[in-house]
Ligand binder design. Sequence first.
Ligand code: FCB
Length: 457
Amino acid sequence: MNSPIPLHPRHRFPPDFVWGVATSSFQIEGAAGADGKGESIWDRFCRQPGAIADGSNGDIACDHYHRWEADLDLIAKLGVDAYRFSVSWPRVQPLGQGAFNAPGLDFYERIVDGLLARGIRPYLTLNHWDLPQALQDAGGWAARDTVHRFVDYAQHVAARLGDRIAAITTHNEPWVVAVLGHEAGIFAPGIRHRGTAMQVAHHLLLSHGLALQALRAQGCRSRLGIVLNLSPIGPATDSPEDAAAARLEDGRSVRWYMDPLFKGEYPADVWQHLGGDVPQVEPGDLEAIRTTMDFLGINYYTRGVVSASGAWDVHASGKPLTDMGWEIVPEGLTELLQRMHRDWTLPPLYVMENGAAFRDTLEGGRVHDRERSDYIAAHIGAVGDALAAGVPMAGYMVWSLMDNFEWSSGYAKRFGIVHVDYETLARTPKDSYLWYRDFLQVQHAKRAAAAALATAR
Ligand code: FCB
């Protein structure tokens, strides 16, 4: 038998630290054509033969669109402070411009009000990748006009829901949309062209900045920010070639986003490296991109190791791997957070996603996913280490509430703390859900004790 994972981490988390759990629209909702929803680029991409490992799609997914109420109950019983979800743009505005779809907006209003009724703060993401296909047909994120379509969409959603949303994230992981979607072509829309990818990244950042300005101008009181996928990137060996390759990869995946957002400039070394593939930047763009944020979100899963020859073997380090083949490196999260705090002047930081896929099995109504609980506990400890080192950490969210459509990997990779049986769509909380719930109970008790002490003084 494994010994129990301690519920009392070494660290003290501030009483206002936000504990949460996350999902995204395309990965859980299903109801792909229901109630006037438009087609998204992921609906289309899933139809490309070979695009998704198991040939699946998001038509049904976890059927959250119909089962949302029971899902919100699961979130409430977990005891989190916050739930991070995303709005499907084509569900609320089927063509990405023009008419809005009332049933789509009503759905998100039910989610928001359902969360508030259960005492949970809504954290809303506007773009977790499911762009309306009609906008893709008009050039997608490579077209500058999409920037303005996004700002309109953001304004409309915020006008309807902004009075009840704790935090609005413009984009989830712009690097993934740009590079995996438009350079590697392994995510929607499946384009392989580096110059396009860099233009897409620029337009995502620009639309983020302009959306922040527009939402503030209309009086939106939600906290506003963006969520980046970041890792500490290091060289595979001591060779100068590997060091240079790692520096470039850090430039392309970390500094390319952090520098414009927080310094108003693109990193010169990457700009030079890109040659003819640099984006078109118009006067005023960089000023808009660096619009002050209320928070920055980070998604962290693993570190990056770079070799100039491109031949680094993930098994080389001997570190344990998840079912995605990603090394488990909790200390990499502390390293990353400390580096960010050192290199940029930051608003409060959230880990907006952290979690792991493992090969879970349902046995007698239980899933004994000890590895996942260990993973989460270790990464919470890593956040605590960063806090102790002075990094302004404001929250931590587990990816994901439930098993769901893991993009190009289909349904085979399970990240949930709740198991989903894709035949029956039954939900079963895994042991990691029970662990996180118990951990949160201890946190809440500590908060209550601290509050009682403060009033007694
Ligand atoms: C992140 C995505 C999220 C999920 C996790 C595993 O890159 O934001 O939707 O797929 O990876």
